[in-house]
Design a protein around this ligand. Structure first.
Ligand SMILES: [Zn+2]
Length: 334
């Protein structure tokens, strides 16, 4: 297993969005955004499965555990719903449980993948993390969801594709050496969006024409002028709001954003491969999980891919000739 020890977590909301809110004239908004940013920067990814509860020995059947942090920041918190138990009545708990299940289903039904590690790893989530925490993240071992502030963001369990996006970071961690920075990081982010969207489309039974191709479509409150956090069909058009600013995603390599922010623009340049997936899916037609999805999945799990990805560097950095494991980088792999 490729570990991400000591690396930052993968938060769902990118820092540039929270920084916009932190620049607001409203003291409470500013305070919440600063606290979330501060938390996100201090958190470090955990790796290894040593302390995880036992996974599922039966292929095709998940083991899920949902915890509540009770607005504290201890992980995983108190266990409130485990596999097979009835709905708790707490929407955040039940949405997390259903979202873990829907994500497991796509990976199992379509790709015969038995949980994130293909070995039945238990799926863990913690809800009610922190005070008005405005984010969700995968920490290398489990999902964590904040309640949002209720003013700009609803609870982060509300969008199925957010849950599936974060869990897909767990799949990527087991399959690919996609360093979470620069172009490799943007590919990492895009794959999380691609499979996040596929989980949603599969659950809703939507073909490529009826899918909305939006990520986080339910997250914003009605105060925000936007449809979602990202649009795979039309990157750069998801929101345009006086406080949050304008969706900064490009949809073409000619508009690639060269930046040091956001780990080298991982949540920005992911718009380019997101649109590539949308174009491929539309061209192939039908259900995206049956046509374009398997192409992306096979690429993700292709062992040769890990070496190639290591050839990808910062656009202005010197080109790599070979990777640490001896793979010779082609001229095009820059
Ligand atoms: Zn992500």
């Amino acid at each position: 297993m490729k570990t991400d020890q000591h690396l930052p977590i993968r938060p769902f909301l990118p820092p540039y969005l929270l920084e916009r809110i932190a620049g607001s004239s409203d003291a409470r908004r500013r305070d919440r955004a600063y606290r979330t940013l501060h938390d996100d920067q201090g958190l470090r990814a955990r790796a290894g499965t040593a302390e995880l509860p036992e996974g599922s020995s039966r292929r095709g059947e998940p083991v899920r555990h949902v915890h509540s942090a009770g607005h504290a920041r201890e992980l995983p918190g108190e266990r409130v719903r485990s596999e097979g138990q009835p709905a708790s009545g707490d929407p955040a708990v039940d949405e997390a449980y259903e979202g873990l299940g829907a994500t497991y289903r796509l990976y199992w039904d379509v790709f015969q993948r038995h949980s994130l590690d293909d070995r039945g790893m238990a799926l863990l989530a913690t809800v009610h993390y922190g005070q008005e925490y405005e984010n969700a993240f995968w920490d290398g071992r489990q999902m964590v969801f904040g309640d949002g502030d209720g003013e700009l963001f609803k609870r982060f369990t509300i969008s199925l594709d957010i849950i599936a996006h974060e869990l897909t970071h767990g799949v990527i961690q087991h399959e690919a050496a996609l360093v979470y920075a620069d172009q490799a990081g943007a590919l990492n982010e895009s794959l999380a969006d691609v499979f996040g969207s596929l989980v949603k489309q599969y659950r809703r039974g939507q073909d490529v024409e009826s899918a909305d191709w939006l990520i986080g479509a339910d997250l914003f409150t009605e105060r925000v002028e936007g449809r979602a956090l990202r649009s795979m069909a039309a990157p750069g058009t998801a929101y345009d709001d006086p406080l949050l600013g304008r969706d900064p995603q490009p949809g073409h390599m000619r508009d690639f954003v060269d930046t040091r922010d956001d780990n080298g623009g991982v949540h920005i340049n992911s718009g380019i491969p997101n649109r590539a997936f949308h174009l491929a899916a539309m061209a192939l037609g039908g259900n995206a999980w049956e046509a374009a999805g398997p192409v992306w999945y096979d690429t993700l799990v292709d062992e040769r891919q890990a070496s190639r990805t290591a050839c990808t560097t910062w656009p202005s950095a010197p080109k790599r000739r070979s990777t640490p494991d001896g793979h010779q980088c082609a001229a095009a792999e820059s």
